[in-house]
Design a protein around this ligand. Sequence first.
Ligand code: MN
Length: 298
Amino acid sequence: MTPSPRPVTSVEDVYHTVEGAGLPVRRAFPTTRRMQHDPFLLLDHFGPVSWAPGEASGVPDHPHRGFETVTYILEGAMEHRDSAGGGAVLRPGDVQWMTAGAGIVHAEMPEADFKRRGGVLHGFQLWVNLPATHKMAPPRYQDIAADRIPAATSADGRVTARVIAGEALGARARIDTHTPIGYVHFTLRPGASIDHPVAPEQNTFVYVFKGEIRAGADAVTVGTTRLALFGGGTAVRLAVPETASGPAELILLSGTPIGEPVARYGPFVMNTHQEIRQAVADYQAGRMGRIRHGSTAQ
Ligand code: MN
């Protein structure tokens, strides 16, 4: 079947904000105009920020319930610690897909050595909603090291895909998702063009973080730190002109809408306000646990 490329319906700016204890982020959404791109609840592009020695900051202990947080590091090193006793250091190319489910308390901070030396931190955090049937599931982690993330290159060598979720260029992700999700990091060299299949029922968007692309059926220009949303069709067309001065990089997200009511309050995303009140009460009563900061903590 010939793919029908989706049109770009909007190209949006992101806004600057600060997360946690002082981590600068570009937030693509939620915005006052758009609370979600069902099933995606939030996209933060953090950095690239160049920290002086000892200055790096992050997001100290905080809870989550009812959805998943997905962290993808491009530069620098972050350390994750949580109330279930889990911990991991994320380095460039690593992905952590955390299902908060019924509730967890975690801290997302610069790794100690990285903080001491200083350097560039750059990456993404995406929030993926869970359907009502999975919101109270036990917490789960999928930590995938950079060298275990499937990658593929097009026959002409101009398109490379790192497949975090779903499929691209014949490579299939290792990460398992509760609802159908695609999350692909594309690198497009000058002259590159690809029609990436996305099922017609899925919502999809791209966020460009390096260079400039032409997107969609009408080859709309999308520059660095811009979000482009797509209308109906069976493929997302992405290209970089032969005359471009260098490669472009972007993340493409696609997902089947959950279509349920969304009640959100800070780090909790449920279906009803009553469930939010319960989440706050459970957190305040310590029922999501606490982090034990031992001798290796900063
Ligand atoms: Mn968090």
